[in-house]
Ligand binder design. Structure first.
Ligand SMILES: *Cc1c(COP(=O)(O)O)cnc(C)c1O
Length: 366
């Protein structure tokens, strides 16, 4: 890969923050010393790449993002290996998906290589913030917002692209642990033709109500069904979903309303590599219930950057409770979790060339 070098202004902070205790990190609450900002203006394109001290923004109250939600984001992680090198997991895929989401929201595409180059620099500057304790990592949140001050409903002419970094702890405090999931019959996340396949804020805002109801009933997530018939499985909160039924691993096919996860894609590659039978197809709740009743629903797990693999111990469909694998983590879920996290952190070799090592891409940085 050729790194296009964009001129980058770097303003380092005068007051470095105290780093949190890696043993008690929570997801997404602390942020590092610096952030990336890039401006966009119609006719001028993306310009003024800069790394500046992490600080609140000043925006016009009429900025389009506040009113009509023209914004998209990404989520990825960086790790520090035992040798001290910085590693990321398939970041090219995140940049590609960012452009997909930008297109869907009528926002200008970014240059994927320039964005990765900028991220390399930002990580180099804040590298001491990458935690090394088992299960910890540095979460990277790229996002783009419409900043033009205008109350008309139209694509903005001005945008800003940011990347912020947050040291995060292990998703599982006491090792990998199954979650209880409520199958959602009332609310809908997305339908074909909508924005479900883009990582855009509105999808998550509209999901909060269902999440709140599930919470009150003691469930940590909801499983979304298709928006038309409420029959077929789509995905979970911010994870894709997999079912192991009678030896075969089934996941809903990409259909225009599901977010196409990079973890999902990687899990499918790993399973095919291991010669485990897999299928990407429509799967109905009736089929899952039948499999459960026949004793063939062997494992259920969610996949996403934050948790990597999240085993499901219980599915509640309209009061019908399915307890999967005695509520314990399945063998395949555990093996997938271990393999993927070992590849990410460098404890296991990387047969698919998924890992992106910073030092390979930027040898000499000021
Ligand atoms: C981000 C996300 C996923 C998982 O994607 P990964 O690339 O694996 O992190 C799945 N579903 C939704 C709705 C998401 O926002």
């Amino acid at each position: 890969m050729i790194m296009t070098r964009v001129p980058m202004q770097i303003q380092l902070t005068q007051s470095k923050k105290e780093k949190p205790d890696p043993a008690t990190l929570v997801f997404g609450k602390t942020f590092t010393d610096h952030m990336l900002i890039v401006d966009y203006e119609e006719g001028k394109g993306w310009h003024s790449h800069r790394i500046v001290p992490y600080a609140p923004l000043t925006l016009d109250p009429a900025a389009i993002v506040f009113h009509y939600g023209q914004t998209v984001f990404e989520g990825m992680k960086a790790y520090k290996s035992e040798e001290g090198t910085i590693r990321m997991f398939r970041p090219e895929e995140n940049m590609k998906r960012l452009n997909y989401s930008l297109d869907r929201l009528c926002m200008p595409r970014i240059d994927e290589e320039n964005a990765l180059y900028a991220l390399n620099q930002l990580l180099q500057i804040d590298k001491d913030w990458i935690p090394t304790l088992d299960g910890t990592s540095l979460y990277i949140r790229p996002f783009v917002i419409a900043t033009e001050a205008f109350l008309g409903v139209a694509p903005a002419k001005k945008y800003q692209f940011f990347m912020i970094l947050s040291p995060v702890g292990s998703y599982y405090k006491e090792g990998i642990h199954p979650v209880k999931i409520l199958v959602e019959n009332e609310f809908v996340r997305a339908t074909k033709g909508g924005t479900g396949s883009a990582k855009t804020a509105g999808n998550y805002a509209s999901a909060l109500k269902a999440q709140e109801v599930a919470d009150q009933q003691g469930y940590s997530q909801v499983l979304w069904l298709d928006g038309v018939e409420r029959k077929y499985v789509e995905e979970v909160g911010s994870m894709n979903i997999f079912f192991k039924i009678n030896g075969e691993v089934v996941t809903p096919a990409i259909n225009g309303s599901i977010l196409e996860g990079i973890t999902r894609k990687s899990i499918l590659q790993l399973l095919r590599h291991w010669e485990v039978p897999v299928a990407e197809r429509k799967i109905s709740m009736d089929e899952i219930r039948n499999a459960y009743e026949n004793g063939q629903l062997e494992e259920v797990f969610g996949t996403g950057t934050a948790a990597v693999i999240s085993p499901v111990g219980e599915l509640n469909w309209d009061g019908y409770k399915m307890i999967i694998g005695n509520g314990e983590t399945g063998e395949l879920s555990k093996k997938l979790y271990d393999t993927l996290t070992n590849i990410q952190t460098g404890k296991e070799n990387d047969p698919f060339n998924w890992v992106y090592e910073i030092k390979k891409h930027i040898a000499q940085l000021a």
